[in-house]
Design a protein around this ligand. Structure first.
Ligand code: PMP
Length: 458
């Protein structure tokens, strides 16, 4: 039997198990497909044969329309770092409507920005806005305005939101993600391989680069974060070439440390962008940065220099700002009580337990764990960015679909295991046991690499 035939057979078995357990989601998706494009409100919310619809979340758990409960490792795209229905956030949101939902130049925005200033090293000034995408877009505009240069350097394998100019080089290749993105849109985005200082030097040499944009968690392609020395070298190279360093902290912010990646690695960028955990599940983002650069967004600037327009109707909507204040206070308390260290060790326990489960079934599995995040690679190795980027994702996607049948939610296709502060050892052990049951029930060996030193007998 070829690998492709084995994959088809296994896929049919897993899908049959999934269909049998999730009829209400199947019915919902049929209805949703008649009105929402593809039945969903975003590409990553979809997977084959149809995605689940959830009706409630509670701590580390979610419940679907059939009433089945899952340990939630998706957390709505990593937004829910405080956990579902975190009491502090719920209270903060409940307290806001009595003053109205949106007020002109609300004092709450100051309360939030002061917290960001106190927690994030680069945040001399802050601009609040709606999403990670908008934050990246605005930070790039500020950098271009400040330097008077057009080009932005992006690393292969990174995701920086859905700006046309950023939907480019999401894997190891110079290709755009989907149709509708023009040559012009990507013409000022220069792709560089991560971990190759010479290539970065060449890309900076023309003197036309406004900023080097980096997600310090290297999340999208599998959590291949560098070291403090790597990040200091990237900053120094950017500065030597007259370019700014922008950290995209949409994933790393408030997650790897209460002060984000810049605190964890001690490398302070010129600008940084935040979203996701920043709002703890509410819609909000921010650009933060050095005062002289952020001055480009100051409509009343008195110092000479360029002005860059940035505005948004919902930039400081009260529910979101109030939730973000509560979230940041919650993260500070977690930092003080060792919560970040606890999550880091839970992530190691999860990565270790899952790769052990594969090893016990003779299947090669490596993992990366970074802060409260884990990524699996179905290979005996080597564990390198280049090797793992080239892996066929199909077996792992099927494993994630099979995990759903055992009460674990991750998205097949994005393959993240995100942890929230509501996750405990019990949940992690539930997930490891679920993986064991999946591997007992479904034979993944025909479509995976053997564990190191072993060989599969088919
Ligand atoms: N940057 C990074 C690193 C992200 O992971 C994301 C979202 N996954 C974004 C930017 C875009 O954020 P949003 O979805 O809020 O627009």
């Amino acid at each position: 039997m070829t690998q492709d035939t084995a994959l088809l057979e296994l896929s049919a078995d897993v899908q049959a198990a999934y269909l049998a357990l999730t009829p209400a989601s199947a019915a919902w998706h049929e209805r949703a497909s008649r009105v929402l494009a593809g039945g969903v409100s975003g590409t990553v919310r979809y997977w084959k044969p149809y995605p689940l619809s959830m009706m409630a979340g509670d701590g580390a758990w979610v419940t679907d329309l059939d009433g089945r409960r899952y340990v939630d490792h998706f957390l709505c795209g990593a937004c829910l770092l405080p956990g579902h229905r975190n009491p502090a956030l719920m209270e903060a949101i409940a307290a806001t409507p009595q003053h109205g939902s949106l007020l002109l130049n609300d004092v709450l925005s100051c309360d939030l920005a002061e917290r960001v200033q106190a927690m994030v090293p680069c945040a001399e000034r802050v601009r609040l806005l709606n999403s990670g995408t908008e934050a990246v877009m605005s930070a790039l505009r500020f950098a271009r305005a400040f330097t008077g240069r057009p080009v932005v350097i992006k690393f292969y394998g990174t995701y920086h939101g859905q700006g046309d100019d950023m939907l480019f080089g999401l894997d190891a290749r110079d290709r755009r993600l989907g149709a509708g993105i023009t040559d012009a849109a990507v013409s000022q985005t220069r792709l560089v391989p991560f971990g190759h200082p010479e290539a970065l030097g060449v890309a900076l040499a023309a003197g036309d680069v406004a900023a080097v944009l980096l997600d310090p968690s290297m999340h999208h392609c599998g959590l291949w974060a560098g070291t403090a020395d790597d990040y200091a070298a990237i900053r120094d190279a950017a500065h030597a070439a007259g370019a700014l360093l922008i950290f995209d902290e949409v994933i790393s912010g408030f997650r790897l440390d209460a002060g984000g990646a810049q605190t964890r690695w001690g490398v302070v960028p010129d600008l940084a962008v935040f979203a996701k955990a920043f709002g703890g599940g509410e819609k909000i983002g921010a650009v933060a940065g050095q005062a002289d650069i952020m001055a480009v967004a100051d409509p009343a600037r008195t110092t000479p220099g360029p002005f860059a327009f940035q505005s948004g109707t919902g930039n400081d909507v009260r529910n979101s700002v109030a939730a973000a204040i509560a979230a940041l206070d919650f993260y500070k308390a977690q930092e003080a009580s060792g919560g970040y260290k606890r999550l880091q060790s839970l992530a190691e326990r999860l990565g270790n337990g899952l790769s052990q489960a594969f090893a016990e079934h003779g299947i090669g599995c490596q993992y990366n764990a970074l802060g409260p995040m884990v990524r699996l690679f179905l290979t005996a190795g080597p564990k390198t960015l280049d090797h793992c980027l080239a892996l066929d994702p199909r077996a792992l996607n099927l494993f994630h679909l099979a995990l759903i049948t055992e009460g674990v939610l991750t998205l097949p296709g994005s393959n993240d295991f995100f942890l929230s502060f509501a996750h405990r050892e019990d949940e992690i052990d539930h997930v490891i046991a679920a993986a064991g049951r999946v591997l007992n029930r479904f034979d993944f060996r025909a479509i995976t690499e053997p564990a190191e030193g072993g060989h599969h007998v088919h």
